[in-house]
Ligand binder design. Structure first.
Ligand SMILES: Cc1cc2nc3c(=O)[nH]c(=O)nc-3n(C[C@H](O)[C@H](O)[C@H](O)COP(=O)(O)OP(=O)(O)OC[C@H]3O[C@@H](n4cnc5c(N)ncnc54)[C@H](O)[C@@H]3O)c2cc1C
Length: 269
């Protein structure tokens, strides 16, 4: 078991990882590929101390190199959920599972609000992971709402195991609603109804409230106190995922605070 799992490898997550490691904790960072992060697109950053006019790409590459030098493990994957299990947390990427004594959420902005019905039917016909849940829908009809770069490949995987797949992307529909009874059985896409047995929603990020059950959020941002503690004991958050202003220096500072709080939490256990 790792001491601290950090979800997100941007400024907040990297700063948290370095601080926690300096405090003698074992750390695992789980993050999407750096090229998929918003910061990667920044042409020039002029307000980060000591590194004038650095590009987002250079900054992120330097962050990754620093993690490697510090001996911090980085898993390139999308974390799907975290579940409290007694004194620890169980984090899954779909293909792999990890456990830790504390969690730091540094997932950046998760812009998309969930679709109507999505949270209600999550685990009851709605899934975020074709690899994890595809077999449940073998021989059945499913809808895939593909909003990340792997979505088409995931849809192909579902077809390969015998699912009848209706694929939606941004070009096909903009508004979705999920309906059903005990389980989801209908997708409304831009007003058109599709009868399905399951709905896969594939995004790069997961809404924080669906990532950890019971996590308090406000307009999509994770609610924290001044020490970056969330409403769930042992879970801390930092950076853009806790609100505006969205800035690198702020995210790095909050990552540092979150790590110190997580270390204190573990030391008191
Ligand atoms: C074009 C552009 C220019 C910018 N210019 C500046 C600037 O000049 N100065 C400045 O201060 N700020 C700037 N910003 C804002 C800055 O990029 C952010 O404030 C900062 O990156 C936030 O850091 P973070 O660590 O909170 O989140 P992020 O940098 O967004 O990192 C979060 C990471 O977590 C990953 N992630 C999310 N969910 C999951 C999951 N479930 N599993 C695995 N990984 C996950 C994301 O893909 C991402 O890689 C700019 C932003 C953009 C888009």
């Amino acid at each position: 078991m790792t001491d601290i799992i950090i979800v997100g490898g941007g400024p907040a997550g990297v700063s948290a990882a370095l601080t926690a490691k300096n405090r003698g904790k074992s750390v695992l960072v789980i993050s999407n590929p750096a090229e998929e992060s918003f910061l990667w697109k920044a042409e020039a950053v002029d307000n980060y101390p000591g590194l004038p006019h650095i590009s987002g790409q250079e900054l992120l590459s330097s962050f990754r190199a620093q993690l490697e030098t510090a001996g911090i493990e980085v898993k390139t994957a999308r974390a799907l959920s975290a579940m409290p299990m007694g004194e620890s947390f169980f984090v899954t990427t779909g293909s792999e599972d990890f456990s830790a004594g504390a969690l730091i959420l540094a997932m950046g902005v998760t812009p998309q609000a969930t679709f109507p019905g999505e949270s209600d039917f999550l685990g009851r016909g709605v899934s975020y992971c074709a690899t994890c849940d595809g077999m449940l829908y073998r021989g059945k009809s499913v809808a895939v709402i593909g909003l990340n770069s792997e979505a088409r490949a995931e849809a192909d995987f579902l077809r390969s195991i015998g699912c009848e797949v209706e694929f939606f992307d941004k070009a096909r529909a903009k508004k979705y609603e999920i309906r059903g009874g005990d389980f989801a059985n209908e997708l409304i896409a831009d007003g058109e109804s599709f009868a399905v047995d399951g709905i896969f929603i594939l995004r790069s990020t997961i809404a924080p409230s669906n990532f950890v059950a019971g996590l308090e959020t406000d307009k999509g941002h994770i609610v924290v106190d001044a020490d970056m503690r969330t409403s769930v004991a042992g879970v801390f958050a930092a950076g853009d995922c806790i609100g505006r202003p969205y800035q690198i220096a702020r995210a790095a500072g909050q990552g540092n605070t979150a790590a110190l709080s997580a270390c204190e939490y573990l030391d008191k256990k």
